[in-house]
Design a protein around this ligand. Sequence first.
Ligand SMILES: [Zn+2]
Ligand SMILES: [Zn+2]
Ligand SMILES: [Zn+2]
Length: 146
Amino acid sequence: MLRAGGYKLTIPRLTVLDILEEMGGHLTSTELIDLVEQRNPTIGRATVFRTLDLLAQLGIVGKSAQSSSTISYVLMSGGHHHHLVCTHCQRVIEFPECELTDLLNLLRSRYGFHPESHLLEVYGLCAECKAWADNLDLNDSHDTEG
Ligand SMILES: [Zn+2]
Ligand SMILES: [Zn+2]
Ligand SMILES: [Zn+2]
């Protein structure tokens, strides 16, 4: 007999989680389907999609849209994951610092909302692209120099 209820770690769930962990996360569904197939050909792509949806609902994986066309799945270790995304070179920098405790408490008290996980993505320019952009500005405004 099958037992419903609870969130058992079934073979597909374990396989998907193992792969995400080994690769450090950041895999698209296509990449995941390929890797799952290599490891366990009995797990079909529909199952991989269902598994990803469930894991996302549970806050175990997060969906990160780093470009408009690709979603990559990341592990929400400890219930969170943080990115700095450079809008110029598309580089993604991970940062572990989490200063959200006050904000999460505020959300609790103000909205009666119970946060369980978060995927924080901050968009902007990385240090190198910022330096490059500043340099362009300088050249524009001071090109009489020299
Ligand atoms: Zn950059
Ligand atoms: Zn990440
Ligand atoms: Zn966090």
